[in-house]
Design a protein around this ligand. Structure first.
Ligand SMILES: Cc1ncc(COP(=O)(O)O)c(C=O)c1O
Length: 423
């Protein structure tokens, strides 16, 4: 018995009941956002239909229920990533907001002129642009760990950069661009030995593998709820409590205060000091339901399933799609459920458009990793990414769809071919 039966799992995802021209959707864009299972949809609906109220305010039944559900989701999120204290979980809208929060709050207070932040060539724009803004403001330096040709971070390059004694090292746990799983624990140990704080972008890791922030030894860890089967508008920043205590608020307003006078304010305890205004209550509750759903499946099973599927995809595409160029690490040991590729002579937008006609959804473009694409020498790639509901049938359909694209571009049906190839 395989630990995960995607067919059974798909029964939990209403989108698979929809008919796409006589076919079930082959959703291969989970790295962009995941599909949502019924328990998540129900949790959000339940809040919206049965106990709608603001949190931390209403001294009445539904107000107390809403606060309890919102705070229970925080406990769930803490447990899911091994945070020792649920007060270390700050709810945010997404990973992008979490990184911006650290850049504005911790960064503005602690970064000085000529300090260094070390990033990598693998980063999503969310883990580049906030640091660019901060370094411009502070006249600080950004340095980048190079990648090898197979998409792994070059550890020698990292060690050389650590000699600059950076204030902060920030890198992704798993690359959304090419699927590389970075050796996070070893890299954190090296960065800490060099005296840096470490932020890990876990947007592509938390949905697919067991994460324990204490074991990793990092200082900040961020993820988005919508990639982890949860609703959009949910996500979390984890940081060690003493860091959160020292950090100034990111935004001011209601909820984040203790006392407000006309000319001064004292702030709430962490984490609420960082949650100004009415939060996305429904999304946080939905995130809790998503993490419970994954816990019931077991994250080791999730990883095993996606590892096996990735191996099958690499083999199948290489065997059945002539000339396909696949990027990223060749071994499934250091590759998450992401397969990025190109068909020579066919623009990725054309590939995606033709696959869409077969009800196959992939991502085409730079996947918010333009520097990585520059390094690969490409402006765009195709990306297929998996989740618990993905199976071999999805991969077989992808391979057959790509053969069809190749036939169209070989001259068989040119009249109906899209035209992005000229872009
Ligand atoms: C590695 C990585 N980091 C950060 C993000 C940003 O996530 P969000 O758009 O949910 O803030 C993404 C989204 O694709 C990602 O893949």
């Amino acid at each position: 018995m395989p630990p995960i039966d995607p067919q059974l799992i798909r029964a939990d995802f209403p989108i698979f009941e929809r008919d796409f021209g006589g076919r079930r959707l082959a959703y291969l864009d989970s790295a962009a956002t995941s599909l949502k299972p019924r328990p998540v949809i129900d949790a959000v609906n339940d809040y919206n239909s049965r106990y709608t109220a603001n949190v931390h305010r209403g001294i009445y039944t539904t107000g107390e229920e809403a606060t309890a559900a919102y705070e229970a989701a925080r406990v769930t999120a803490a447990r899911f990533i091994g945070a020792p204290d649920h007060h270390e979980i700050v709810f945010v809208r997404n990973a992008t907001e979490a990184i911006n929060l650290v850049a504005y709050s911790w960064g503005r207070r602690n970064l000085r002129q000529a300090d260094t932040i070390v990033l990598t060539e693998l980063e999503h724009h969310a883990n580049l642009v906030p640091w660019q803004l901060l370094s411009q403001e502070k006249d600080a330096d950004l340095e980048f760990v190079a990648i090898d040709d197979d998409g792994r971070l070059n550890q020698q390059s990292f060690e050389v950069l650590l000699r600059t004694r950076p204030k902060l090292v920030a890198f992704t746990h798993v690359s959304n661009g090419i699927g590389t799983i970075n050796p996070v624990k070893e890299m954190v140990a090296k960065a800490k030995a060099a005296g840096a704080l470490v932020l890990i972008d876990g947007a592509q890791a938390v949905p697919h593998t067991a994460v324990d922030v204490v074991d990793l030894g990092c200082d900040f860890y961020v993820f988005s709820g919508h990639k982890v089967l949860g609703p959009t508008g949910s996500g979390a920043l984890w940081a060690r409590r003493e860091l959160l205590e020292e950090m100034p608020p990111f935004m001011g307003g209601g909820e984040m205060i203790r006392e407000v006078h006309l000319r001064r304010t004292t702030f709430n305890d962490v984490p609420w000091k960082f949650e100004a205004g009415t939060p996305d209550i429904a999304a946080a509750i939905g995130l809790g339901a998503a993490l419970d759903y994954l816990t019931a499946i077991g994250m080791d099973h999730v990883r095993a399933h996606e590892r096996a599927l990735t191996g099958y995809a690499l083999e199948t595409l290489q065997e059945h799609v002539p000339d396909i160029q696949i990027y990223g690490p060749p071994s499934v040991d250091d590759r998450a459920g992401i397969v990025t590729f190109n068909l020579p002579g066919v623009h990725p937008h054309d590939v995606a458009t033709l696959l869409d006609r077969e009800a196959i959804a992939i991502r085409a473009g730079h996947h918010c990793t333009q520097p990585l694409h520059e390094r690969l020498g490409e402006t765009a790639t195709c990306r297929a990414s998996f989740n618990v509901y993905s199976d071999r049938d999805d991969i077989d359909r992808l391979a057959a769809g790509l053969r069809k694209v190749q036939r169209v571009f070989a001259g068989d049906g040119v009249a109906t071919a899209p035209v992005a190839a000229s872009r």
